[in-house]
Design a protein around this ligand. Structure first.
Ligand SMILES: [Fe+2]
Length: 208
C-alpha cells in the first residue's frame, strides 16, 4: 500500500475557495438552462451575464480510491430567477449509497434533499451548520440569502455524481422560492414526475 502525504487547505471566505485545492470547476448561468420554471427570466439573465460564474467548486482530491475522501468548498452567487433562488444542478451519487457532509461557512442557504421515492427534506444552512446528506438522497444547494453562500463539503472519493436522475423526473419535486415576506419556502414543481416503483427499487438495490 502506498502512503499518501497529509493534505492541508484553507477555506478563504472572501473568495469562497479552498486554497490548496487540486481541482476547480465552475458553472455559468448558461449551464443552468432547464432548471428554472421561469424560462423567460432565465433567458434574460443569460442575455445579461450568461458566461458569468453562478457557482464554483474547489476541491482536494487525493485519489478516487474506495475508502478515500474528497474535501472542498463551494461558493454560490446570491440572486433569483423569477421567484426561484439561485441553485446548483443537484445530483444523486453515482454510487447512491455514499453519503456527504456539508458545513456552512458564510451566507444563508437551503440544502434541498429528495429521496428516489419522492420524499422531500429541507435543511437551512448558516455559518457553522453541519448537514448530513444520507446515502440515497438527491441533493441540491440553494442560496436564499443576499450574500454569497460558502460551504465546505466532504464525501467518499468513489461516490461519483449522477445529474440525469433529476432531469429525467422533470426536475426536483420542490422548488425553493421567495415567500414574499423576507424568507423562503418550498413549493411543488409542476413539471415533476414521480419515479416508477421499479426504478426506485433498482436505485435502492445499489449498495456496493
Ligand atoms: Fe454530492
Amino acid at each position: 500500500m502506498t502512503l499518501f502525504e497529509p493534505g492541508v487547505g484553507r477555506v478563504d471566505i472572501e473568495s469562497g475557495q479552498l486554497q490548496g485545492a487540486t481541482n476547480r470547476y465552475v458553472k455559468t448561468f448558461r449551464d443552468l438552462e432547464g432548471l428554472y420554471e421561469d424560462e423567460a427570466a432565465l433567458a434574460a439573465v443569460i442575455a445579461e451575464k450568461g458566461d458569468a460564474v453562478a457557482y464554483e467548486v474547489t476541491d482536494y482530491k487525493p485519489s478516487a480510491n474506495a475508502g478515500d475522501i474528497i474535501i472542498g468548498v463551494t461558493r454560490m452567487e446570491p440572486g433569483r430567477i423569477g421567484r426561484e433562488y439561485y441553485l446548483t444542478r443537484g445530483h444523486i451519487h453515482a454510487r447512491p449509497n455514499r453519503p456527504e457532509m456539508y458545513y456552512g461557512e458564510s451566507g444563508v442557504g437551503v440544502m434541498l434533499l429528495e429521496s428516489p421515492d419522492g420524499q422531500v427534506r429541507t435543511i437551512e444552512m448558516r455559518a457553522r451548520t453541519m448537514c448530513y446528506v444520507p446515502p440515497f438522497w438527491i441533493h441540491r444547494s440553494v442560496n436564499v440569502g443576499s450574500e454569497p453562500l460558502v460551504m465546505t463539503f466532504a464525501y467518499p472519493a468513489d461516490s461519483g455524481q449522477d445529474y440525469e436522475i433529476i432531469a429525467k423526473a422533470g426536475g426536483m419535486r420542490s422548488r425553493i422560492i421567495d415567500d414574499g415576506n423576507g424568507g423562503w419556502k418550498a413549493v411543488d414543481n409542476a413539471s415533476y414526475r414521480q419515479r416508477p416503483q421499479s426504478l426506485v427499487d433498482s436505485i435502492m438495490a445499489l449498495t456496493d
